[in-house]
Every structure is written in structure tokens, then in C-alpha cells.
Ligand binder design. Structure first.
Ligand SMILES: NC(=O)c1ccc[n+]([C@@H]2O[C@H](COP(=O)([O-])OP(=O)(O)OC[C@H]3O[C@@H](n4cnc5c(N)ncnc54)[C@H](OP(=O)(O)O)[C@@H]3O)[C@@H](O)[C@H]2O)c1
Length: 439
């Protein structure tokens, strides 16, 4: 039986899960790959912490160069987070001729082009199933199983922390700040939750999915995003009244070009009202889900644990096994990521944020006096935004009363313009909150 040697850099949460699978399920992995897959070296800055796993003597090192400089190691699992030293480690490993398996979406979303170009030049592969959706095999679904389709749209919940917070706010009728604290106490949110709650993590994952699904080359920072900090208990109360739940949705929508012009891709990350009873509205807690519409398959739906030690390790080790049997190399070469649109001239361009179409939910807190509704709705009418419903509750708060407006289809640009105008109005007491409406 052929022996394949594997090195692991980063023995943290996911690294520990990967080591458990590679060491404790060695027989299963060997049977399924037809190779003796040996985890031979693990590098981590901390070589003393107890991870609940007994390693063979000499396996753990504090210096990743011990993996880099071992010519017998052909696959490196790179599981340190971030984009600083991680980029150096990744490029050094690639240049040393190692095949890479990683879960680091921030690194791929930021330096994907550099990493994939280096890998192509060196004839090695980069596998990254765990970078999006944790244990959900969405990269394989998009890259392989849906290959016969032109993807029309993606609607996805890609951040477990945000979904945990929003689900708890909905269930308990609580506000954002105390729910975030509780999520931190329970280990569902980081001490610094900014990347999650501001939508950056979701935007990075959406950019990776968009590379695969639409062959578009883009910087994740160009994806318009709104975080969940603006969502309040009041929004859930009104959403329920109107038959919706609220989720942080990553949305990618292809709009067909006319008269030979390229298709436009509308991308956004935004708290979104989703119809109760739809599969995506039922996704609660730290779970993730991705709904994909393809021109042949029509709607398909993927659901599961988007994070955590073993679900994520499941995806990482599947990538190791795919690399061992040669599947990763084939997918890597055929997908030609971060290069495809240049070579194939695929006809998709990013829509400007102002052009993104959709229906919107607006919460505008206004002074409690006669005529105020017509002043606010006049701003929307001037911006060409048509209203589908408008609700104002009785409220005795001195800080103002919430006016809840649902629009018909309009553009993000029109909504942003109207919000800017409302912010200048004396009768508007705080910055209006906007969410998208889906379904
Ligand atoms: N956690 C999840 O559920 C999840 C899900 C999907 C994807 N991911 C991604 O998977 C990656 C790993 O996440 P994680 O949660 O396992 O992170 P983690 O628990 O922080 O583990 C990272 C490990 O890498 C070590 N490290 C840092 N610099 C190093 C270096 N130069 N050489 C060797 N080791 C080094 C860290 O050591 P120190 O602690 O001593 O710094 C830490 O033990 C990240 O990119 C993350 O975004 C995570």
C-alpha cells in the first residue's frame, strides 16, 4: 500500500479535530483511499496545552519549518487563522511543492489569486471545503455536482454566530446587546465578534462561493454589507406580525444581460426578512444553510453545522482523502479558480451596489405628531420607491415611534439615497434601519 505523509500546521480547535480523525480513524481512511495516510508532524506555537489527544513522541513541534523542510510530507493541512503569517506559511508550503488543505476563508478571500496562481505554477492543489459552511459539502456541490448548471442565485446563512444571536433574539424577544453577551458566555461568539457580526466573515465566504459559481473575480470588500448590530427586538416583533423571520443572508443573484451585454451579479450581505415556513427561515441556532438555484437543477438546499471542531474536521479530512486519491487535483485544474474568467471570458460583472435590486424593510423612528408619516413617505415617493405596507404602532416612548415600511422592488441605491435624506429630517429621531426582504 502506498504511503502518503501529511503535516498539520495549527493544532487549535479544528487542528485537534483533524488530528483525531487522521489518527483515530486511520484504518477507515486507509480503506477508503487505498493508501496508508500517515499524519507525521504537527506544528503549533503551543506544544504543551492538553488537547485531549495522545500524540506519538516527537510528532508535535513549535516550528512549522519542520514540516516545510520534510521532503516526504506531500500534503499540508494549514489551520492557522488570519492573513499575516498564514499567507507566508501557505506560500512557502506551496513553493516547497506541498499540496494544501485549508479552512482559512479570510486568507483565500483576500489572497486567493496569489495563492492559486502560485499553486498552479508549482503543479500542486489547494483544497478548501471547510472554508465555507464548515461541515456542509457546499464547495464540492458547487464545483462538481452542479457543474452542468449555470447558477442563477445563492441565498445562504454562512455565519453560525450571527444565526445563533438572531435565533435567540427571535425566541426570547430580547435585544441585540444582551444576546451577544450570552452568545459570548456560551462560546458561540468570540470576545471580539466584529468579523462575524459586521458581516465580514459572511462576505468572505460569499466571495469564495461566487468565484466558484459565477467565475467572477472580486474583492470581498466590494460586497455591500450590513451587520446584525442594527437589528432590534422591535424588528422581530414586526417581522412576526408580517409573517417573516430575520436572518443574516448572503445573496448572489445573476441578472441576465440584454443585447449582448454581460450578465450582472448582484451581491449583498444584509439582515433579511425571510418568509416563515420557507426552509431558510427554519435554520436556527449555530446552523448554516445554502440555497442554490441552477438552470437545470432548479432549487437545491444544503444544511448542516457551519463550524465546530468535528464538523469542520470532517470537511478538512475529506479534502485530505480527495487529495490522496487525486480528485482534488482534477477539480482544482478544471475549476481554475481566480483565473477562470480571464481565460474563458465568462460573461459576468459585479453590479454596482446602487444597482442591486430588491424589496426592503425600513424602520424609521419618528416624532409622534400629525403629518409625520406623509413627510417620510414623500421622501420615498421622490426616490421612486413604492410602498407595499406601512405600520405605525401606538407607543409611549419619548424617543419616538417606529414606523415600519415594506417596499415593493426598488434598488439599494434608491433606498440609501432616501435614508440619507431622512437622516437630515428633524422628525426622524435616529438613523433608519434597512433590511432586505426575500421570498
Ligand atoms: N473554529 C471553527 O469552527 C472554524 C470553522 C470553519 C473554518 N475555520 C477556520 O479554520 C482555521 C483554524 O481555526 P481554529 O478555530 O482551529 O483556530 P484556533 O483554535 O485559533 O487554532 C489556530 C492554531 O494555530 C496556531 N498557530 C498560530 N500561528 C502559528 C504558527 N506560526 N505556527 C504554528 N501554529 C500556529 C495557534 O496557536 P496559538 O493559539 O498559540 O496562537 C492555534 O493553536 C481558521 O482559518 C478558521 O477561520 C474555523
Amino acid at each position: 500500500m502506498k504511503t502518503i505523509k501529511v503535516g498539520l500546521v495549527g493544532f487549535g480547535t479544528i487542528g485537534t479535530g483533524v488530528a483525531k480523525l487522521l489518527l483515530l480513524q486511520k484504518e477507515r481512511i486507509s480503506k477508503r483511499t487505498g493508501c496508508d495516510v500517515q499524519l507525521v508532524r504537527i506544528a503549533d506555537l503551543d506544544t504543551t496545552r492538553d488537547r485531549g489527544l495522545k500524540l506519538p513522541e516527537g510528532m508535535l513541534t513549535a516550528d512549522y519549518h519542520d514540516i516545510l523542510n520534510d521532503p516526504e510530507i506531500s500534503i499540508v493541512v494549514q489551520l492557522i487563522g488570519g492573513t499575516g503569517v498564514e499567507r507566508t506559511v501557505m506560500l512557502e508550503m506551496i513553493n516547497a511543492g506541498k499540496n494544501i488543505v485549508t479552512a482559512n476563508k479570510a486568507l483565500l478571500a483576500t489572497y486567493g489569486e496569489e495563492i492559486f496562481t502560485a499553486a498552479r505554477a508549482k503543479g500542486v492543489s489547494v483544497a478548501f471545503e471547510a472554508a465555507v459552511g464548515g461541515g456542509i459539502p457546499i464547495i464540492a456541490a458547487m464545483g462538481e455536482s452542479l457543474a452542468a448548471n449555470e447558477i442563477e442565485s445563492i441565498h445562504a446563512i454562512l455565519n453560525g454566530t450571527c444565526n445563533f444571536i438572531l435565533s435567540n433574539m427571535e425566541e426570547n424577544g430580547s435585544d441585540y446587546a444582551p444576546t451577544l453577551k450570552e452568545a459570548q458566555r456560551l462560546g458561540f461568539a468570540e470576545a471580539n465578534p466584529a468579523m462575524d457580526v459586521e458581516g465580514s466573515d459572511t462576505a468572505q465566504k460569499l466571495s469564495i462561493l461566487s468565484h466558484i459559481a459565477f467565475g467572477i473575480h472580486l474583492d470581498w470588500k466590494d460586497i455591500p454589507k450590513v451587520g446584525i448590530e442594527t437589528v432590534s427586538g422591535i424588528d422581530f416583533r414586526y417581522a412576526k406580525l408580517l409573517g417573516y423571520s430575520i436572518k443574516l443572508l448572503a445573496i448572489a443573484n445573476r441578472v441576465r444581460g440584454v443585447a449582448g451585454s454581460p450578465d450582472k451579479l448582484e451581491l449583498s450581505v444584509c439582515p433579511t426578512l425571510v418568509k416563515k415556513g420557507s426552509p431558510i427561515a427554519a435554520v436556527s441556532g449555530a446552523y448554516n444553510a445554502v440555497s442554490v438555484i441552477g438552470d437545470a437543477v432548479e432549487t437545491s438546499f444544503y444544511y448542516g453545522k457551519g463550524a465546530g471542531e468535528m464538523p469542520t474536521a470532517s470537511a478538512v479530512v475529506a479534502d485530505v482523502m480527495d487529495t490522496v486519491v487525486g480528485r482534488t487535483k482534477i477539480t482544482f485544474e478544471t475549476l481554475n479558480l481566480w483565473n477562470r474568467e480571464k481565460e474563458s471570458g465568462e460573461n459576468v460583472v459585479l453590479a454596482k451596489a446602487s444597482e442591486v435590486k430588491g424589496r426592503y424593510y425600513l424602520r424609521v423612528v419618528v416624532e409622534d405628531r400629525a403629518g409625520v408619516i406623509s413627510e417620510v413617505t414623500a421622501v420615498l415617493a421622490n426616490a421612486g420607491i413604492s410602498i407595499s405596507s406601512c405600520v405605525q404602532d401606538e407607543c409611549d416612548e419619548a424617543s419616538g415611534v417606529p414606523l415600519i415600511i415594506m417596499t415593493h422592488e426598488t434598488t439599494e441605491g434608491a433606498v440609501l439615497g432616501a435614508i440619507e435624506e431622512m437622516k437630515q429630517m428633524a422628525c426622524v429621531k435616529s438613523e433608519p434601519v434597512r433590511m432586505r426582504i426575500y421570498g
